[in-house]
Design a binder for this molecule. Structure first.
Ligand code: ATP
Length: 377
């Protein structure tokens, strides 16, 4: 097992640069997810590492080995596909040992390595079965065993769950994450599904239009998005956004939007100008406004009861045309066309400048807070 790295890797197809100076280090044993919208260059990046696509510039490394100019088979990386990539007419043991027999290893060696790989995955007793006699999860394990038997330096996954239905995807996600941790295998995982990236990976690499926008732990990206793109890509329902303006007046910093006037207490490094205010749905709570909380009220437009939680869409009072979503506990009685009064901690606010970059906000605590209200002007 080894780490993986990309150094200033670019890929051009004709005139189009689809991966632009991609630099990333994946530590040994780490699970890193590449996530981003369709066409942002995730698969191409993975394929350049795997040796299935030639890099136009830059170097890719497996551990300390520069593999940029090596053919795919010499890179010692395992692409993991979905369970249906198993040969239906072969037993689990034959499927797992297939690559080893192609290498010309002796029968006894193959049997031993297959058994060890299967035991590590808890499927040692299923080796005589064909794929159709196995459950989805067991087939997935056979597919993983087929990779680990070759003792690869790392696993590469490309959207392995995209063809599964929602329920199976949920269980397969947990299964893969658990296997990866128990095997301790370095993993690079491509997905367009932010939930997969957030729930499975140690670190997430968010890409857009061939470039890395942000790298961090799932919680880093969620709580500290570097820009509007990161803020809205991660999180479902998406972060609420409110365009407006920051003004400095009488020693106060204020956020103004349509008919709203929000005094930002203890905020520093926030230059005047056009901004977008962001607030995640779960930041809106049914608590009274107070020091360091802002009040937001409105008229409920639509309610989605999900059981444990409820999503409430409401037209924000004082900001015509602005609809926000609040994620509230499932026990709440809330109905369309009724007024709703919510508030959010100031520390839950995000601000983005006119270029979309996050504006650093520093809240200095209750003692220095002034009135913190989002009220109709
Ligand atoms: P998806 O989630 O849809 O799979 P992705 O982020 O994995 O998307 P890539 O498959 O890496 O995106 O493609 C990145 C860009 O490169 C896309 O615009 C795609 O159309 C383009 N592209 C990929 N392969 C080729 C190719 N062989 N020739 C020309 N353009 C290509």
């Amino acid at each position: 097992m080894s780490g993986l790295s990309f150094h200033d890797v670019s890929k051009r197809f004709g005139q189009a640069t689809v991966v632009d100076r991609f630099t990333l280090n994946v530590a040994e044993g780490e699970f890193v997810a590449l996530v981003g919208p369709s066409g942002c260059g995730k698969t191409t990046s993975l394929r350049m590492l795997a040796g299935l696509e030639e890099a136009s510039a830059g170097r890719v490394m497996v551990g300390a080995r520069d593999v940029t100019d090596l053919p795919a088979r010499e890179r010692n990386l395992a692409m993991v596909f979905q369970s249906y990539a198993l040969y239906p007419h072969l037993t689990a043991a034959e499927n797992i040992g297939f690559a080893l027999s192609l290498q010309g290893l002796g029968k006894a060696t193959i049997k031993d390595r297959v058994q060890r790989a299967a035991d590590r995955l808890g499927i040692g007793h299923l080796l005589g079965r064909r794929p159709k006699e196995l459950s989805g999860g067991q087939r997935q394990r056979v597919a993983v065993a087929r990779c680990i038997v070759r003792e690869p330096a790392a696993f590469l996954f490309d959207e392995p769950l995209s063809n599964l239905d929602a329920k199976l995807r949920g269980t397969a996600r947990i299964e893969i994450a658990r296997l990866q941790k128990s095997l301790g295998i370095t993993t690079l995982y491509v997905t367009h599904d932010q939930v997969e990236a957030m729930t499975m990976a140690d670190r997430v690499v968010l890409m857009e239009a061939g470039r890395i926008r942000q790298i961090g732990t799932p919680m880093d990206l969620y709580h500290h998005p570097v820009d509007l793109f990161a803020a809205t890509f991660l999180g479902s329902p998406a972060m609420n956004l409110l365009p407006g303006e920051v003004r400095h007046a009488d020693g106060e910093i204020r956020f103004l939007s349509a008919g709203l006037d929000l005094r930002l207490a203890g905020t520093v490094r926030c230059a005047p100008g056009q901004v977008t205010l962001g607030l995640r749905p779960e930041a809106l709570e049914r608590l009274p406004p107070g020091p360091n909380r802002i009040a937001i009220s409105g008229i409920v437009e639509h309610v989605e009861h999900l059981g444990a939680e409820t999503l409430v869409q409401f037209a924000v009072q004082g900001a015509p045309g602005t609809v926000m979503t609040a994620r509230v506990p499932g026990g709440w009685a809330v109905r369309a066309r009724e007024p709703v009064a919510l508030s959010a901690a100031q520390t839950a606010l995000h601000l983005f400048d006119a270029t979309g970059a996050a504006v650093p906000l520093h809240f200095t605590g209750p003692a220095q807070a002034s009135a913190d209200r989002l009220v109709p002007a």
